[in-house]
Ligand binder design. Structure first.
Ligand code: NFC
Length: 555
């Protein structure tokens, strides 16, 4: 008999995500994804100076703040046809790489690991056997019996206080947890270690962006951070050495801890390579330009679309084909809800007067979310690390293919397993490795420019609004940690006439559209087994594999 269950809230970070699922014979047969908090930040951008847009859009989120600066600045630069200097390209790449690497480490250890790792079981582990296990998979120096015994004692003392904080109300002891106690203890140790490491890595933003969250050095036309040795607070040799140390730390941790842990944990959960496939369409705007003035052909992560899980074809992206539907979202378009709107014509309205929260159950036959439903040529698209790895892999990207083959060979599986919950989690780790390695080359290039006396960080040519056309529109992109991010601006007489964002978690968490196609979260849950409806751990696994951020999704 069919039964409906609800998981609310489901996120471990900000935003309000609610999942309702219909279960029949122990499997999910239908699902609905909803965000229950309105934001409306796009509406407060209207009438403002386009050069200020990024200060507001950063506040879409408290986690991926800087990514919205990037997309906002790029859409203004696109509208006004501004080229940025090479140093600005490199500093932006470095800031964005640090964001992705830190965010992914936090996701793996702090937002997702506990879906696979049973902390309670770690208390029973033998520290000596844990040490042996850790040394068999990595050269990471912190691996002695004493180290793991110390961690176990810390966790025992913490559990003894009875105040479990983030570990409260979890499904410890659930039959779907498969790791032996020693693997659980190793993962718990690295959970704690990663808390320190992520704090270190993000100091890169303090150096290049003045602060985090909400770095402050982005500027239309480049960056507001001097590299000229005559400037006060310039990036100098000391700062470069500090950046080098922090990027090296990120790389070492990823190579010696994150990737070995990912592969070790994945080897116990290969059944999850057959669960959570989702819509099977993947979209990437691409990012990280590798040379000055380069367009999409210069991106380290290439642009492209994969449809229907067909890795033999990578299709081009045309942002004009993107629309957002509100037929099942708590908004109403002036022209009616049957059509999706391209973001240049997009609306974030308060016109809808029908039922909204609070409710006992969502009205899933009507409108049921504050997230809009983005579509590409009317198709739902998954965005994120898996989309990036698949598009790059299918485009023949050699470094991506090398890391993907390394991981797949270790697990003894083929690339088809990537279309899954496990594939999503693995792809995130692989791109962390690639970015942590690549960032050092961008730092080398920046140092090289400085050594040759190239200090320009900002193109001031179009700074004066008097030099702007009367009307202009632009599109700004970025590959944020959770996927393809787009901002669209229309400028009229020097002010913002309309501003719309289609955010990674909007693509992934969105509800159905007018054509009744499910969104990616919803589709990924279909077929998922649920062993115990009162403890739906399996729903957490698939939804968390997307790394949801609903503050962003609604914005
Ligand atoms: Ni918030 Fe963001 C969401 C990211 O999807 N990455 O572009 C925004 O958040 O974490």
């Amino acid at each position: 008999m069919a039964q409906k269950i609800v998981v609310d809230p489901i996120t471990r970070i900000e935003g309000h995500l609610r999942i309702e699922a219909k279960i029949e014979n122990g499997r999910i047969v239908d699902a609905w994804s909803s965000s229950t908090a309105f934001r409306g930040i796009e509406t407060i951008l209207k009438g403002r100076d386009p050069r200020d847009a990024h200060h507001f859009t950063q506040r879409f989120c408290g986690v991926c703040t800087t990514v919205h600066s990037m997309a906002s600045i790029r859409c203004v630069e696109d509208a006004l046809k501004i080229q940025i200097p090479d140093n600005a390209r490199l500093i932006r790449n470095l800031i964005m790489a640090a964001q992705n690497v830190q965010d992914h480490i936090i996701h793996f250890y702090h937002l997702h690991a506990l879906d696979w790792v049973d902390i309670v079981s770690a208390l029973e582990a033998d520290p000596a056997a844990t040490s042996k296990l850790a040394q068999s998979i990595s050269d990471y120096p912190k691996s002695s019996t004493d180290y793991f015994r110390g961690i176990q004692e810390r966790v025992k003392a913490f559990a003894g206080t009875g105040r479990l904080g983030p570990f409260q109300n979890a499904y410890w002891g659930h039959s779907a947890y498969k790791l032996p106690p020693e693997a659980n203890l190793m993962a718990v140790a690295h959970y704690l270690e990663a808390l320190d490491i992520q704090r270190e890595i993000i100091k890169i933003h303090a150096i290049l962006g003045s602060k985090n969250p909400h770095p402050q050095t982005f500027l239309v036309g480049g960056m507001a951070i001097p590299v000229d040795p005559d400037s006060q607070n310039a990036i100098n040799a000391d700062r470069i050495a500090q950046l080098r140390r922090l990027f090296r730390l990120a790389r070492t941790f990823t190579e010696q801890v994150y990737i070995p842990d990912l592969l070790a944990v994945a080897s116990f959960y290969t059944d999850w390579a057959g669960i959570g496939a989702g819509v099977g369409n993947y979209l990437c705007f691409g990012d990280f330009p590798l040379y000055e003035g380069g367009g999409k052909e210069s991106y380290y992560f290439p642009q492209g679309i994969i449809l229907g899980r067909d890795l033999s074809r990578v299709l081009p992206v045309d942002q004009q084909k993107i629309t957002e539907y509100v037929s099942r979202s708590w908004y109403t378009y002036a022209g009616g809800d049957a059509r999706g709107l391209h973001p240049w014509q997009g609306e974030t309205s308060h016109r809808y007067t029908g039922p909204k929260p609070p409710y006992e159950w969502l009205d899933t036959d009507a409108k049921y979310s504050w997230v809009k439903a983005p579509r590409y040529e009317d198709q739902p698209m998954e965005v994120g690390p898996l989309a990036r790895i698949l598009v790059a892999y299918a485009s023949g990207h050699q470094e991506v293919q090398a890391v993907a083959h390394f991981a797949l060979n270790k697990l003894g599986v083929g690339p088809e397993v990537l279309f899954s919950t496990l594939g999503r989690t693995a792809a995130r780790g692989l791109e962390t490795l690639l970015l942590a390695q690549k960032a050092e080359t961008w730092l080398d290039q920046l140092t090289d420019n400085m050594g040759r006396g190239i200090y320009e960080v900002h193109n001031g040519e179009k700074w004066d609004p008097a030099s702007w056309p009367r009307e202009a529109q632009g599109f700004g992109y970025h590959e944020a940690p959770r996927g393809a991010l787009g901002h669209w601006i229309r400028i009229e007489r020097g002010a913002i006439a309309n501003f719309q964002a289609v955010v990674p978690s909007t693509w992934n968490a969105g509800p159905r559209c007018a054509n009744n196609h499910r969104g990616p979260y919803e589709e990924a849950l279909i077929g998922t087994p649920v062993a115990d409806e009162k403890q739906p751990l399996e729903i957490l696994r698939t939804i968390h594999s997307f790394d949801p951020c609903l503050a962003c999704a609604v914005h």
